[in-house]
Design a protein around this ligand. Structure first.
Ligand SMILES: [Zn+2]
Length: 172
C-alpha cells in the first residue's frame, strides 16, 4: 500500500521540504552581505559541480561523498580542517543544492555559530539562501520566465519561489 501510493504521488524530497520551510522562516532572518571571497560568479551564473570542486580544492575543504541515512549533507570543522560530507545518493539539482548549502555554512558560519542564541534556524535559512542564489543567480531569475527555468534546469517550483522571496525581501 505504502509503496503504491508513493509511486503515484512522489513525496517531496528533503531539499524541497527545506526550501518550503525556509520560505516561511526567511522573514525572521536578516539578509546576509555577499563577500568578495565567495565563489567567483556566485549569483551571476548558475554554479556547477566543477565550480564547487575547484572552490573546495582552493579553500582546502575536504569533501567526502558517502552514504548518509538521515541527512543530505553536513559541514564540520575537525581541529582546523573544514570537511563537507555529502550523501552519495543525491541526484539532479539536489546534488548542487546540498553542496552549495554546506559551502554556505563554511563561508558564513564559524564553528559554534549555530549554538548561539537564535542562530540555529537563521544559519539554516542563510545556507539555503546562499544555495538558492548559486543555483538561480539574479540575472537568470529576472530575465527568464519561471516555467522556462523549471524546464531547463529541472528545479522544483518551490526553489524558484524561495529565490524570488530572497530577491524581494533581501534585494539579493
Ligand atoms: Zn545546514
Amino acid at each position: 500500500m505504502h509503496k503504491a501510493s508513493k509511486a503515484i504521488m512522489p513525496a517531496a524530497n528533503s531539499t524541497e521540504k527545506c526550501t518550503i520551510r525556509t520560505m516561511k522562516r526567511i522573514q525572521r532572518v536578516k539578509p546576509f552581505k555577499p563577500q568578495p571571497y565567495w565563489p567567483y560568479e556566485w549569483n551571476t551564473r548558475p554554479l556547477t559541480e566543477a565550480d564547487f570542486d575547484s572552490y573546495c580544492a582552493y579553500s582546502k575543504i575536504i569533501v567526502r561523498e558517502i552514504p548518509l541515512d538521515n541527512l543530505p549533507g553536513c559541514y564540520l570543522v575537525c581541529g582546523k580542517q573544514p570537511v563537507i560530507f555529502l550523501d552519495d545518493k543525491l541526484r539532479g539539482y539536489e546534488r548542487m543544492f546540498v553542496r552549495m548549502h554546506e559551502l554556505g555554512h563554511h563561508l558564513m558560519h564559524p564553528p559554534g555559530e549555530r549554538f548561539k542564541r537564535g542562530r540555529k534556524e537563521a544559519t539554516e535559512v542563510e545556507a539555503d539562501a546562499f544555495a538558492a542564489c548559486a543555483l538561480i543567480p539574479r540575472p537568470l531569475l529576472t530575465r527568464r520566465r519561471p516555467d522556462k527555468i523549471i524546464e531547463e534546469y529541472g528545479y522544483p517550483a518551490s526553489l524558484i519561489e524561495l529565490r524570488r522571496e530572497i530577491l524581494s525581501r533581501w534585494a539579493i
